[in-house]
Every structure is written in structure tokens, then in C-alpha cells.
Design a protein around this ligand. Structure first.
Ligand SMILES: [Zn+2]
Ligand SMILES: [Zn+2]
Length: 128
């Protein structure tokens, strides 16, 4: 992914297309597809050694950069950390958007419970 030095990348440009999270330690493949290091490890190193997007074989590229410890696109990683420090911090602290969805469900179900509670309470007041 070619990100101009001084332009602020949009959040969607800084998201991994696989896990749809902010790119933590982005790995840019020779075909210019980028994914986060975590997805790279789980989908490429362990499985196919092909780009998950265009199926290009990247086994020799992966071996070369894994040996030199240069898989991470440090330039892009620095840009992401600079512009989206909060997103990076949230993801690295283990909070995922899945949990935000859970929290939303929790809030709406709690809302229903409160309503039921209020109804019971009103009924109780009448009874006394
Ligand atoms: Zn990812
Ligand atoms: Zn690709």
C-alpha cells in the first residue's frame, strides 16, 4: 500500500481487510496487499504461503523477510501509530470490536430488564 508521507490516511486504509481491525504491525506483501501481522501469521505462515487476496505465491518472499526480521512495513506502521494512536492502544490492550458489540447487546438487554423492573415496581406500589 503506497501511503504518501504527509497525507493523513483514512481509517479504512489503516484497517486489516481480514480482521477489520486497525493494522497492528502491518505486513505489506509484494503484490501490495496489506494485512496485520497477526493475520499474516495465522493465514499465511501457517497455511498457504499465498496472498489471501490475490492468491499470489509469496513463500520465498516470506522466508526472505522472516529471516531478516523485516516482514513489518515499518513506514506504514509508524504512520498508523502517529495518526491512530488510540485505535492502536485499544487493540493492543486486547479490546476488540467484538466486545463493543457484546456491550451493545448487554446495554439493550439491560434496558429491557429495567423496563420490566419498573413495570413490576409500579404494580407492587399499586398492590400496597
Ligand atoms: Zn488482521
Ligand atoms: Zn495480493
Amino acid at each position: 500500500m503506497a501511503v504518501p508521507q504527509n497525507a493523513i490516511p483514512s481509517l479504512s486504509e489503516c484497517q486489516c481487510l481480514i480482521c477489520v481491525e486497525i493494522l497492528i504491525e502491518p505486513v505489506t506483501l509484494p503484490c501490495n496487499h496489506t494485512l496485520c501481522n497477526q493475520c499474516f501469521q495465522s493465514t499465511i505462515e501457517k497455511a498457504s504461503l499465498c496472498c489471501p487476496f490475490c492468491r499470489r505465491r509469496i513463500s520465498s518472499w516470506t522466508r526472505y523477510h522472516a529471516r531478516r526480521n523485516s516482514l513489518v512495513n515499518t513506514e506504514l506502521w509508524q504512520i498508523i501509530q502517529k495518526h491512530y494512536p488510540e485505535e492502536c492502544r485499544l487493540r493492543m490492550s486486547g479490546q476488540k470490536s467484538e466486545e463493543m458489540v457484546d456491550e451493545f447487546n448487554f446495554l439493550s438487554s439491560r434496558g429491557n430488564r429495567n423496563q420490566r423492573y419498573r413495570e413490576c415496581h409500579r404494580f407492587g406500589m399499586l398492590a400496597f
